[in-house]
Design a protein around this ligand. Structure first.
Ligand code: GLU
Length: 396
């Protein structure tokens, strides 16, 4: 007999970024020459000074349960980072370390959203925001943006989306999947709207903070008038090439931090002890030490921009952060290539996987079904070869 699962799980979708990456990996294991531009995972190795810090933690036998909220010295390092980079004063009691920022986002949504509360998601949103909003009983309310506006939400759009039921907005800058970075002024304008709605909280996901080619970064917590309602999320996975270490963190009002700790105490206990200790070296080393990776991403960004522009019917903008392009491919809808008719971005993504052996992620996963996400967290050689194949597959 088929097990009878909960209604909660029956309406939950699997993460499409992960699903596509796994599909590409399976094909590769079968010997198919697939190039994966699907997953947002740096192809770099974790820097040696961080690995050394982990070795030291092992030598010092940090093998017992860590504190639920994270070691004090780790939370102090996070406070130093927030002060140095973001001019934000937090004390360690306001920090909770988790198994990756995804868990930090989930914890925060869990403690803020009651069943039926509306959760605003500027769209394209990162794939898991939508499902997390649903999972905690909220009602996702996407705000649609398009490539013409560099996928940025306007203050007017935000104001229109807020209702008496709005409890939370989940927001990211630099954005996954669009690569857009809000300027200080743009963020301040959105902040003015939020100032008028004291019941609305903000999860500000800043995991791509360092992968930013504008030289200018602003987060919502820097706006004093709303700081108490902002949960700042960050981590080490992307900038320090530490995806597998699984450490992320949040900074928030002490009441929110305590509530997140309560959830974590019941669900998972603290984050991995060795990985936690290692992030002190990452955070204290800051942006300077990993500049070589950011520079490499920037070069790939220029390369991929030029290659994508050459694909007929792709509408491309130039992203200024993260490591994704999100071209509008809707001009292709209704066209047929090698006997396959492309009706939407999911069709195109599947067609490119089958025909060109290139893995992408459909914009459907991010709330913009007219777009397709390309990750450039991979080598230039792979990018060149992948785009050559995409171009060939789309010759009619
Ligand atoms: N955040 C990355 C992505 O969007 C990793 C996969 C995931 O956690 O969804 O590709």
């Amino acid at each position: 007999m088929e097990p009878n699962l909960s209604s909660r799980i029956k309406t939950l979708s699997t993460s499409q970024t992960i699903a596509m990456a796994e599909r590409a990996a399976d094909l590769k294991a079968e010997g198919v020459d697939v190039i994966s531009l699907s997953l947002g995972e740096p192809d770099f190795d974790t820097p040696e000074y961080i690995v050394e810090a982990a070795k030291k933690a092992m030598a010092n036998r940090f093998f017992k349960y860590p504190p639920i909220v994270g070691y004090k010295d780790v939370r102090e390092a996070i406070c130093r980072k927030l002060k140095r980079d973001n001019h934000l004063s937090y004390n360690p009691e306001q920090i909770v370390v988790s198994n990756g920022s995804k868990q930090s986002i989930f914890n925060a949504a869990m403690v803020l959203v009651s069943p039926g509360d509306e959760v605003i998601l500027p769209s394209p949103y990162w794939v898991s925001y939508y499902e997390i909003a649903k999972l905690v009983g909220g009602v996702p309310v996407p705000i649609k943006t398009t490539i013409e506006n560099d996928f940025k939400m306007t203050p007017e759009q935000l104001e229109q989306a807020i209702t008496p039921k709005t409890k939370l907005m989940i927001f990211n800058t630099p954005s996954n999947p669009s690569g857009s970075v809000y300027t200080k002024t743009e963020l301040a304008e959105l902040g003015k709207v939020l100032e008028r709605y004291p019941n609305v909280y903000i999860i500000s996901d800043e995991i791509y903070e360092y992968i930013n080619f504008t030289g200018d970064f602003a987060g919502f917590a820097e706006i004093d008038s709303i700081k108490d309602r902002v949960v700042t999320i960050n981590g080490v996975s992307k900038a320090f090439a530490m995806t597998g270490w699984r450490v992320g963190y949040m900074a928030a009002h002490p009441t929110i931090a305590k509530a997140c700790a309560k959830i974590q105490s019941q669900v998972t206990s603290g984050a991995n002890s060795i990985a936690q200790k290692a992030i002190i070296a990452a955070l204290d080393g800051g942006k300077e030490k990993i500049k070589y990776m950011i520079d490499a991403f920037d070069e790939r960004r220029q390369l991929l921009y030029n290659l994508l522009k050459e694909i007929p019917d792709f509408k491309v903008n130039i992203p200024t952060g993260a490591f994704y392009f999100f071209p509008d491919v809707s001009e292709l809808f209704g066209k047929t290539f090698n006997g396959v008719t492309i009706n939407n971005a999911t069709d195109l993504s599947m067609y490119l996987l089958e025909e060109a052996k290139v893995a992408t992620v459909t914009g459907d996963a991010f709330g913009n079904p007219e777009c397709l996400r390309f990750s450039y967290a991979t080598s230039k050689e792979d990018l060149k070869e992948a785009l050559k194949r995409v171009k060939e597959a789309l010759i009619s």
